[in-house]
Design a protein around this ligand. Sequence first.
Ligand code: MN
Length: 439
Amino acid sequence: MAMMPPTAGLPQTAGRSWLASANHPQTDFPLANLPYGIFRHAGRSRIGVAIGDRILDLRACAEHGLLCGVGCEALEGCGGQCLNALMACGPQAWSALRRRVASLLDEDAAGEIKQRVDPLLISMNEAEMQLPAVIGDYTDFYASIHHATRVGKRFRPDNPLLPNYKYVPIGYHGRASSIVVSGTEIRRPCGQTKIQDSDPAFGSTRMLDYELEVGIFIGPGNTLGRALPIAEAEQHVFGLCLVNDWSARDIQSWEYQPLGPFLAKNFATTISPWIVPLEALAPHRVPATARPPGDPAPLPYLSAPSTDCAAIDLTLEVYLESNQMREAGAAPVLLSRGNLRDLYWTIDQLVTHHSSNGCNLRPGDLLATGTISGAEPGSEGCLLEMQSGAEAVRLPTGETRRFLKDGDTVIFRGYAQKDGLPRIGFGECTGTIVCGALS
Ligand code: MN
C-alpha cells in the first residue's frame, strides 16, 4: 500500500488564481495561503483575506451571497471588525470557509464568479492593516533551547540550562494592552537600571533589543478547569503570525529576579497583521526535532500520539535598516535566519501545557513561542545572543550595533518553501525605534 502523505485529506489549495499577482513566485500570498486580517479602507474596518497584492473583503463577500456553504456562525463572524468570532467557530467552519474563498479565487472559477468577486478586491496599498483580534491575554514562552542556552551561558557559563527546562515549557504572562500591529513606531522606554557598582538610576534604556518569535492565535479554547488533551490542542489553533517581543535588556537584568520579565517587555510587542491558517502550512509540517540521547522524554500529558508532523518548516529572517542606511538608499541588511522547526517544544505542547492546570484559553488569545534561535551562528533570534563574540554587528554603512539605536527599523519575514509548491509568506512584522517617552 502506498504511504499516504501526512496532509492527505486536508483541503489543498495549491492551484493558480485568476488574479495574476497571486501567481507571482515571490508573492507571500498565493492561493495556497489565504491568511486572515483586519484592514481599514474607506473609513471602515473589515475582515479580509490576503491574495497576491490585494485583499478580498470577506464581509462584502458574505453580503453579496458569495459564501454559500459556510455555516451561519462563520458567516456572521465574517462580518465582524475583529477575528474573534471567526476564531471561536473551530476547524470545521474554518475549513469550509477556506475552501469557499479558494474556490472564488481559483483560476477555474466560473466567469460569473470572477465578475462578482473582482470588485471586492482592494489594493493592499489603499488599505491600512489593524490588529487582527481583540487579544484578551498574551503569554510568552521560552521554547528555543538554543536561545535559552546562549542566554543562560551569559549568567551561568558552566550550567546554562536550568534543571526544569527539558521538563516544563517555560513561559510567563505578558501584557496584551501594548500589542501593536506591524508598522507602529516603538518609543524607546524608560526604566530602572543598575550598571555594575553604581546606584540604580531611572532613564532611557541603552540596551534595546528585538526578539524573533512566532505567535499562535487561539481558536475555540477551553472552559475554565478543563485541560486540553495534546491530541486536540491544534484544533484550538486558528493560525500563526510573526511576533517581535521588544526587550530592554538593562531594565530586564535588574528587575527580573525573582518573578521574571515585567517592564522590560511590556512597553510594546509588535505582530504581523496576517494570520496564516494551520491548514495553509499543512504541506510544510515536519517531524518534531528528536531530543538528544540522554534528554528526558516529555511527560505523558505532553507526549503526542505521533510527532511525525508536530513541527513546521518555516524560515524566519531578521533585517535591520538604520537611518544612515535609509539616507544612503541601502537595502535592509539580513542579521539572522532561523527556522521554527528548531524549537524544543512544539505548538501542541505549548497549548497543552498552558491549559494543563485548567487555565482557560479564549478565542483571540495570543501565545508566542519565545525567541527562535538555531544552533549555528547566524541564526540568533535577538541581538543579546550575538554579544558573545567581541565583534558588534556591522552594517553596510560601517556603523556597528550591539543594541538598537533610534531610527533603526527591524523587519521580520517568514516563509515556508518546498519544491513544487507555492511559497507561503507571512508578510512583514516591522517597527522603527523613536526617541524618548511621551510627556
Ligand atoms: Mn520573548
